[in-house]
Every structure is written in C-alpha cells, then in structure tokens.
Ligand binder design. Structure first.
Ligand code: PBG
Length: 327
C-alpha cells in the first residue's frame, strides 16, 4: 500500500450506530434535565403560550399532571414559576403563603416530591406590576438591598410551602447570602440553593416574558443582568461570589449562545453546573420546525448534547419530558 493511503482512518469508529453509540463522549440522561413549568392563578383551562408552542400557563390541576408526566419520564427536577392574579409594586403575592406559587409548590411536592426535585424560581418579576425583578428606587432603578429583604422572605415562603431547592434568578448582589441566612434562620439549613450566577441581559428571554407575563413596563434589566459583551471573567467572578455566599450549584443562562461561559465555569468550580436553555432557544427551534426548515427532533438533541459537552451537568429545558421519554 502506498504512503498516500491513510493508516489513521477516524471513519472506522463512525461506521455503525452501535459503534457511534459505544464511543460517544457525551451522554444525556433524563435525570440531568429540569423542566420549567408555569402556573397561573385564576384560570380554568391551561393557556397556550403563543411564542412557545407546546408550553402552557397551567392551572393547578394541569400543573400537577405535567409534573406527574415529568416524574414518570424520569426527569430530574421541575422548576416552578407562578403568575398571580394580582400584582403590585413590591410583588406581595411572591411571599404570600397562599400565593399561587406556594400553593403549587405544596401540590407538586406532595404529589411527586419523592420522584424528582421540586425547585422554585426565586424572583419578583412575575409578581410586580412594573415587571422588574425587585423593589424600585424613585428613579426606577432596582434597589439592590431593599430587594434582598424581599428575596429572603420569598425564599422562606417557598421553602415552607415545600420547595426542595430555591433558585434565585434576579442577579442582585448578595442575593445568595441573604437567602442562605434567611433559610438557616428559619430551620432550612439543609435546603440547597441553585444560583443563577452568570445570567446575561439577553434577548433570548423574550418569549418567557409572554409565558410569565413579566415584561418590564419600562427600561430593561441591563443594570443587574450581565452584558453579553462583558468580559468572560465577570461570569467567573459572579460564580465565585455566589459560592462564597453559600450556593450549592451554579447556573449559566442562556445556554447556546454562552457555551464558552459554561465551559469556563465548569473548569473553575467543584459544584454542579446548570445551564438554562431559555425560551428564545426553544422558540427558534419550534418556529423553524413549524415552517419545515429544520429537523426538529434532531436539532433538539444536538443542542442539548452541545450544552452538555460544553460542561453543563444539568440542563433546564422546556423539552425535558419529551426528551427524557426519547432517551
Ligand atoms: C426571572 C427569570 C427570567 C427567566 C427565568 N427566570 C426572565 C428574565 O430574567 O427576564 C427567563 C427564562 C427563559 O427565557 O426561558 N424570574
């Protein structure tokens, strides 16, 4: 055989499905997936979210059903978002023991709390009439320290209702420490915190604001969420601060446009790293698929594999139940 012919032939290991499966370097498992679910107060039927085909604002009953289906499929966790009937400037429904999110946490924790992890998103934007993630100053900026007191109270209300993990998503400085102290003082020192640590001010959150009815009435979130063009080290700093404040796991969000951040964080820390495949990532795939422009199922799997390969241990995805069934 002449020297022109390759002795190294990478194609050998790609020849059959069995070979490709055996040598795969990235494997998804249902338990890696966390399903975000929306529950809305005062509706009789689940309401489809226009910009997220297949996603619903649930009633209490349909939420229980969706959580059961997730558990049945082996999904690792569900994270609940609540949409109250009445909103006000301080987001009072967020820490009301009878508020929709607390009621839903109680339902889901008693139904499937042994089969999967019940998480609560800890923030105020779904609960405030202005749509911002906290208490506003007179000039309309989010008041960091006043908001911390609210987050502490919200996390405690969520824990008392049955949340098994809280996930502060508001990007206030010191939020993890404030929540940790409040939980400890209320007898929840064993309750873990998944910190949305590196969260960017992203256009990929657009459809979520329909789903959770939390579009800011003015301004945006760029005084607290990270600038997409900010230095990569800023994400590492946020992660380190959250860990120093007591975070048990950290999150990067969005996922697909921030795979480099996921990888850097994974290399840096010794706790589980989650990535949130957000509403806009979901909507892009569903919209293109509805037009027949892409192979939907393949693109879903490819995007999840890429997030896992980048270093995410856990993935929050609206496709969690569907994908868990397929795996
Ligand atoms: C804040 C929160 C948001 C998302 C999760 N938690 C919205 C925001 O920060 O504007 C976005 C999730 C998604 O886009 O799928 N409570």
């Amino acid at each position: 055989m002449s020297a022109e012919f390759p002795t190294a032939r990478p194609r050998r290991l790609r020849r059959t499905p069995a070979l490709r499966r055996m040598v795969a370097g990235t494997r998804l498992h249902p338990a890696d997936l966390i399903l975000p679910l929306f529950v809305k107060e005062g509706i009789d039927e689940p309401a489809p979210v226009q910009s997220m085909p297949g996603v619903f604002q649930h009633t209490r009953d349909s939420l229980r059903k969706a959580a059961h289906e997730a558990a049945e499929a082996g999904v690792g966790g569900v994270i609940l978002f609540g949409i109250p009937a009445v909103k006000d400037a301080r987001g009072s429904a967020a820490d009301d023991p009878d508020g929709i999110l607390q009621v839903a946490l109680r339902d889901v924790a008693s139904d499937v709390g042994d089969a999967l992890v019940v998480l609560a998103d800890t923030c105020l934007d779904e609960f405030t009439d202005h749509g911002h993630c906290g208490i506003l100053t007179e000039s309309g900026d989010v008041d960091n320290d006043a908001t911390l007191e609210r987050y502490a109270s919200v996390a405690v209300a969520q824990a008392r209702a049955g949340a098994q993990m809280v996930a502060p998503s508001g990007m206030m400085d010191g939020q993890v420490g404030a929540i940790r102290a409040a939980l400890d003082a209320d007898g929840f020192s064993e309750l873990p915190i998944l910190a949305y640590s590196a969260k960017y001010a992203s256009s990929f959150f657009g459809p979520f604001r329909d789903a959770a009815e939390c579009a800011p009435q003015f301004g945006d979130r760029s005084t607290h969420q990270q600038d997409p063009a900010g230095p990569l080290e800023e994400a590492l700093r946020e992660v380190r601060l959250d860990l120093a404040e007591g975070a048990d796991a950290v999150m990067v969000k969005p996922a697909l446009a921030y795979l480099d951040v996921i990888r850097r964080v994974r290399d840096e820390v010794d706790v589980p790293v989650a990535a949130y495949q957000v509403s806009g990532e979901y909507a892009m795939v569903e919209a293109a698929a509805a037009n027949g422009w892409i192979d939907r199922d393949q693109m879903i799997m490819e995007s999840l594999v890429s997030i896992k390969r980048a270093g995410a241990d856990l993935i929050l995805t609206y496709w969690a139940t569907e994908v868990a069934r397929r795996l």
